[in-house]
Design a protein around this ligand. Structure first.
Ligand code: IMP
Ligand code: MG
Length: 180
């Protein structure tokens, strides 16, 4: 019998399990720590999809001796809903990026349009360096030649949700990455 108050939608099938994600976040943190020994990183977390990945990544970086500061930004893409439009990057505190080693933390690089705009916006704030860590990448969808410096998983061209990623605001809380 369905519970009262509406029908529960089935959870999307799992593509990446919580254990597989956790292991990869650890090894990504190792790669990032090795490339940034002796530096303090300023993480720029792209809202909203990267919040879960970032929460795990900061603690794995700390465990490897990398101290971080954390800020957030947003990329709004004004398109017709199916085709990406011109992305508008919202940096809340651009002045804090100057002379810092900035690590952009993204959930997924899909067409690459958002990351390209982010790299341009961050660069114009005169950081000491800028790099990007993305949990997921869909290279088959790329429209601009950009890639993250640190990529967790290469994924097929499917719409993915969970571990921060949403579809229409749903599924961000799932502990795994699933496919709709
Ligand atoms: P891009 O500009 O096409 O690279 O897209 C970047 C943004 O689109 C990501 O940061 C996500 O917020 C969103 N996105 C792209 N593919 C997916 C997906 O499969 N699931 C959820 N969000 C996605
Ligand atoms: Mg995003």
């Amino acid at each position: 019998m369905a519970p009262s108050g509406g029908q529960a939608a089935p959870n999307p099938p799992e593509i990446l399990s919580p254990d597989v994600i956790a292991a990869r976040v650890k090894s990504l943190a190792e790669e990032i720590a090795a490339a940034n020994a002796g530096r303090n990183l300023h993480l720029l977390v792209v809202l909203r999809g990267a919040f879960v990945f970032a929460a795990d990544l900061v603690r794995e970086l700390h465990a490897r001796g990398i101290e971080v500061t954390v800020d957030f930004c947003r990329v709004a893409t004004y398109g017709d809903g199916t085709e990406p439009g011109v992305p508008a990057v919202e940096l809340y505190h651009p002045e804090t990026l100057t002379d810092r080693d900035v690590l952009i933390v993204e959930d997924i690089v899909d067409t690459g349009v958002a990351l390209e705009a982010l790299l341009e916006a961050v660069s114009s704030a005169a950081p000491r360096s800028v790099a990007c860590a993305a949990l997921l990448s869909k290279p088959s969808r790329r429209r601009v030649t950009v890639q993250a410096d640190f990529t967790g998983f290469i994924v097929p061209d499917r719409f993915l949700v969970g571990y921060g990623l949403d579809y229409a605001g749903r599924y961000r809380h799932l502990p795994y990455v699933g496919s709709l």
